[in-house]
Ligand binder design. Structure first.
Ligand SMILES: NC(=O)c1ccc[n+]([C@@H]2O[C@H](COP(=O)([O-])OP(=O)(O)OC[C@H]3O[C@@H](n4cnc5c(N)ncnc54)[C@H](O)[C@@H]3O)[C@@H](O)[C@H]2O)c1
Length: 438
């Protein structure tokens, strides 16, 4: 990827398109509006709250990221969505039960109710536990992709947007392995025309977005743009893409704790993770085929962080188990337990227990915002294809073929900030610091 010579300014409106208008998407949209009206703070968002150090520690230069790189302003964001369930933003947010009705939803009811999801490309073969009437129909998947492309163009025109981005906030689809149909653009387009069963709805959205020059991020673990065909298409059309699966809750904790054990060369014998959650996402994940997609996404993390091949004595024999249990009374307020069996000097065992009473969508919403703003920035900087510097936000970071994903959240954070410095022609920060002692 070439270093950007210039970054186009972020003038005009940025349309954020959301396939899936459930808990995460409505919490994100409501939060942006609450921040715009001065009712809340954008906590958890790097683009809104984080600073970035520039130059030497002695220079005292640490602007906010949003003052360092040209990002779209929150006031310039407009939102569009698709969902098979026709609920508007207010009804959907109420059902999701994440945000407080009187305190946070009612004051912005008009705004939320004005966002009505467009008919979705949806098929119960790929998400078995839910259905709704707000769907498109078409003889082929190619036709459905064309209908999505029409929606994208119409939305841009009607809302007067300068630019668009798309962030998949739809349900986790059934597990599909990348196959022949995903191997090249030609095979993929033929597959769309022939209704190939291995092309899931999320991939039809990803295809439509890339064809329309719209940057695409995938918040769920299903393949979507994570295949050779769509990666090649994104490069061909100069579109940035990123994925997969928002890093929230338990995996966030895992990628914070595991690098800590490894930096201290402490061994790991086993890591048992179990969750109870009762939202719609939990219901979808109650289906074994959707859970399989999530499980694969969650399990890869430890292996890549701990590198058992390089440290067989410490990590060569880990028992790693992940469970998700659908438990309706808990709603969106998930509880995630981790039992971690570690060992230290001379092999003496120790245990760590984590009980995270978390709010999934509260952790995911700022990720949607940052991805939308950073992908738009990448597009204006002329960066295309996989944006690995955004792996900070994902459980299963999408990387170039042949590379293993970097899961350590601290390395990911460092990479993200160094990429911003690189984009602006600032010096990289290596933390070497010998010059302070000359
Ligand atoms: N909440 C988190 O912290 C978190 C973390 C990582 C990943 N995710 C993933 O993000 C996604 C959204 O999570 P959520 O909690 O908002 O779930 P949700 O069930 O509340 O919302 C998902 C919505 O997507 C819609 N949908 C499904 N297929 C669609 C399609 N083909 N087109 C358009 N809409 C479609 C559903 O009708 C539903 O309204 C899920 O895949 C989830 O696994 C969530």
């Amino acid at each position: 990827m070439k270093q950007p010579k210039e970054i186009r300014p972020a003038g005009g409106k940025l349309g954020v398109l959301l396939p899936g208008f459930g808990a995460v998407a409505t919490t994100f949209v409501a939060g942006v509006e609450a921040v715009r009206r001065g009712l809340a703070k954008p906590i958890g968002s790097l683009t809104q709250m984080n600073t970035i150090r520039l130059g030497k520690r002695t220079e005292g230069r640490a602007p906010l990221i949003k003052d360092f790189v040209p990002l779209a302003e929150l006031d310039d964001l407009v939102f569009g969505a698709w969902d098979p369930i026709p609920d508007d933003g207010y009804e959907s947010a109420l059902k999701a039960g994440v945000l407080h009705k009187e305190r946070h939803l009612d004051p912005i009811k008009d705004f939320l109710a004005s966002i009505k999801p467009m008919p979705a490309v949806f098929d119960t073969d790929y998400v078995k536990k839910l259905d709704g009437p707000n769907k498109k129909s078409g003889a082929t998947k190619k036709e459905l992709a064309e209908q999505l492309r029409d929606d994208i163009r119409r939305f841009k025109e009607e809302e007067g947007c300068d630019r668009l981005v798309m962030v998949w906030c739809g349900s986790t689809e059934v597990y599909i392995r990348p196959g022949e149909v995903h191997a090249s653009v030609e095979a993929f387009e033929k597959g769309l025309e022939e209704n190939h069963p291995d092309i899931a709805p999320s991939q039809i959205y990803a295809y439509a977005a890339i064809m329309e020059g719209v940057p695409y991020a995938n918040g769920a673990p299903n393949l979507a743009a994570d295949c050779a065909a769509l990666e090649a298409l994104a490069k061909e059309r100069g579109v940035p893409i990123a994925g997969k699966d928002f890093k929230t809750g338990q995996t966030l904790m895992k990628t914070i704790l595991a690098p800590g054990f490894k930096t201290r060369m402490l061994g790991l014998e086993g890591w048992f993770s179990t969750n109870i959650l009762g939202n719609r996402d939990g219901e979808v994940l109650d289906d074994p085929a959707s859970f399989k997609t999530k499980e694969v996404s969650k399990l890869g993390v430890l292996e890549h962080i701990l590198q058992p091949d390089m440290y067989p004595d410490l990590y060569g024999n880990i028992y790693h188990k992940v469970r998700i249990n659908y438990y309706p009374p808990r709603g969106d307020n998930k509880e995630g337990w981790d039992n971690i069996d570690i060992f230290g000097w001379m092999g003496y065992p120790m245990q760590i227990k984590v009980d995270f009473l978390c709010r999934d969508s509260i952790l995911a919403a700022p990720i949607v915002l940052d991805l939308a703003l950073f992908l738009d920035l990448a597009a204006r900087a002329g960066m295309d294809g996989i944006q690995e510097w955004l792996s900070f936000y994902f459980k299963s970071p999408q990387v170039a073929p042949g590379l293993y994903p970097e899961h350590d959240i601290f390395i990911q954070h460092w990479k993200l900030k160094n990429t911003l410095r690189w984009m602006k022609g600032e010096e990289m920060i290596t933390h070497l610091g010998v010059e302070y002692y000359d």
